[in-house]
Structures are given as structure tokens and as C-alpha cells.
Design a protein around this ligand. Structure first.
Ligand code: C2E
Ligand code: MG
Ligand code: MG
Length: 293
């Protein structure tokens, strides 16, 4: 069974609709992957996962708008494992539903604590990443509703981020779930925008509230005028469609200045703040930055 499993991994890794034959060379590198998968299942059950929170800022006038919750896994033996690795693993193996369920619950719980700690900051939004597989689950929306009710969290303060490529892959199932979430009052955002080859016709049918410009365009802005023009176009597209636009991955002053010139309204990135631990956010709430760094 293990060998069959390994061959299946190989086939999946090579693309859709492939065949792969088992051979012993598959054991070495992938053996650890199977172990990692078992570890991940345990990690979700045993509370080895945590959330870091990266602040989101309105750029003009500068003020804290809320946070994006980012999953972290401290493996007992291997140490910190990148979400780029374990999220993909969770999606492949079906653990993602449990992970997302946990992340939404934990983010909502934390959000209500901060609302009580910092009522003077007004309403803070909480962004949580969800995967396309989540949206295909029939009980996903009911679960979100249940979490909101139990934590007395207003639906408008939860924003679910879905990557553009996932939206393209899971068109029909996603659309139904998105409409139901919208009816609940939950906000929706398209993550890594610009990387997924969306058609504008399709995009305009989606009930989302915000576009997040992929970090690669923000980084590329200074290097190529083409990237600069892409960012300009996304900002103006968002404005035309009446959506918020968030620029991800702002690392330098020059990028921040440029983005403001282009009319980007919301920013996120290491220059403004790295992802922080909950205790650090509680401190930040006492004295939120009034001017950009
Ligand atoms: P994302 O949703 O696009 O999240 C932004 C990523 O960019 C985060 O990486 C964040 O730490 C990083 N980042 C933010 N500002 C900067 C910057 O100025 N420079 C650079 N170089 N990076 C910056 P992270 O935490 O490693 O997350 C990677 C991806 O993993 C996320 O990308 C998201 O797609 C996924 N992910 C994380 N947590 C979850 C989760 O709970 N559920 C799901 N489904 N996916 C998650
Ligand atoms: Mg995100
Ligand atoms: Mg992103």
C-alpha cells in the first residue's frame, strides 16, 4: 500500500491524469513526506499549530485596519516548517479542512479579545486564508456561521482570502459557497491577484470585496516599468469595480511612495510590520503607529 501511495504521489507531482510506476528510488525522498503527513495530522489535533498576525494598514491617512492570520507549524523535531510546504501538503492529503476550521476558529477567538482590548481603534478586520478544497465542502459555510455566532464576531469583520488560481480551478463549487458567504455578510478577497490568468468577464461575476496585488508585482515595480504598469492597472481595475485593493509585500520606502502615487489604499509588508505573535499585537494595540515607518 505504501509503494502504491508513493507511485500516486509521483503521478500527482508530474501533473494531472498521469500514470507512474513504483520503483525503489521513490522511497528515499518521499518517505519523509509520508512521515510529515502523519505528523501534520497529529499537529492539528495536538495544538502544534499557531497563528501569526500581520497588520494591514490604510495608507492615507495612515492607520491600522486589521490583520491577516498566517498559520505556523513548529514541528517537534524538524523545527519551523514553512506554510508554503505544509499548506500544500494539507491540501493534497485532505487535512486542509481541519486546518482551516481550526484557523478560522482561532482567529475569531483572538479577534474578539483584541476588540475588547482596543475598542478605541474602531472595527478591526481579520483576514483568514482559505483553500479551494474548503469551499467545495458542503458544511463549510455553516461552520463559518457557527464560529461567528459562538464568538459574537460581526460577519463583516471576517474577510476570507482565496487565491486567484484556486478560484479558477474550482469555479462552480466555489461560486456557490462564495454567494452563501456573501449572504452571511462575510467579506471576500482575491489573494495573489495577477498570477492566475483570470478573465475579466469571470472576475466581474465574483462577489468579492477586495483584491490583493501579488507581492511579485510590488517587488518588480522598481525593476521594470511593465510591473509598475501592471500595478497601476490593478489599482484602477479595483477602483472601477468598486473593490478595495491591498498591496502585499511592501519592503521598501520607494515601493510605499510609488504605491501611494498609484492610488493604492491599503498596504501590508515587512516595511510596515512583519507577522507578529499575539502578545506583540496586544502591545501594538496600545500604541498603534500613526505614521508609516
Ligand atoms: P499569502 O496569503 O499571500 O500571505 C502573505 C505571505 O507573504 C506570508 O507568508 C507573509 O509572511 C509574507 N509576507 C508579508 N509581507 C512580506 C514582505 O514584505 N516580504 C516578503 N518577502 N514576504 C512577505 P507566509 O506566512 O509564509 O505564508 C505563505 C502562504 O501560505 C500564504 O500566502 C498563504 O497562501 C498560505 N497560508 C498561510 N496560512 C494559511 C492558512 O491558515 N490557510 C491557508 N489555506 N493558507 C495559508
Ligand atoms: Mg493571504
Ligand atoms: Mg498573497
Amino acid at each position: 500500500m505504501r509503494d502504491a501511495d508513493l507511485a500516486m504521489y509521483k503521478a500527482k507531482a508530474d501533473g494531472k491524469g498521469r500514470l507512474a510506476l513504483f520503483d525503489v528510488s521513490l522511497i528515499e525522498p518521499l518517505g519523509s513526506k509520508l512521515q510529515l503527513e502523519a505528523d501534520l495530522r497529529r499537529a492539528i489535533g495536538e495544538g502544534q499549530l499557531s497563528l501569526a498576525y500581520q497588520p494591514l494598514y490604510q495608507l492615507e491617512p495612515y492607520r491600522l485596519l486589521g490583520f491577516e492570520a498566517l498559520a505556523r507549524w513548529m514541528h517537534p523535531v524538524c523545527g519551523a516548517i514553512s506554510p508554503a510546504v505544509f499548506i500544500e501538503l494539507a491540501e493534497e492529503t485532505g487535512c486542509i479542512e481541519a486546518l482551516t476550521r481550526w484557523a478560522i476558529e482561532e482567529a475569531a477567538r483572538q479577534h474578539m479579545i483584541w476588540c475588547h482590548e482596543a475598542p478605541h481603534l474602531g472595527e478591526l478586520v481579520m483576514h483568514v486564508n482559505v483553500s479551494g478544497k474548503d469551499l467545495a465542502k458542503p458544511d463549510f459555510v455553516a461552520n463559518v456561521q457557527d464560529v461567528l455566532e459562538r464568538h459574537a464576531m460581526p460577519a463583516r469583520l471576517l474577510l476570507l482570502e482565496i487565491t486567484e488560481s484556486v478560484l479558477m480551478e474550482h469555479r462552480d463549487t466555489a461560486l456557490r459557497a462564495l454567494a452563501e458567504l456573501r449572504d452571511l455578510g462575510v467579506k471576500l478577497g482575491i489573494d495573489d491577484f495577477g498570477t492566475g490568468y483570470s478573465s475579466l468577464a469571470y472576475l466581474s461575476t465574483l462577489p468579492f470585496d477586495c483584491l490583493k496585488i501579488d507581492r511579485s508585482f510590488v517587488i518588480g515595480m522598481q525593476r521594470s516599468t511593465q510591473n509598475l504598469e501592471i500595478v497601476r492597472t490593478i489599482v484602477s481595475l479595483a477602483r472601477t469595480l468598486n473593490k478595495d485593493v491591498v498591496a502585499e509585500g511592501i519592503e521598501t520606502h520607494e515601493q510605499l511612495v510609488r504605491l501611494r502615487q498609484l492610488g493604492a489604499t491599503i498596504g501590508q509588508g515587512y516595511l510596515l510590520s512583519r507577522p507578529l505573535q499575539p502578545a506583540q499585537i496586544s502591545e501594538l494595540l496600545l500604541e498603534p503607529a500613526v505614521a508609516p515607518p
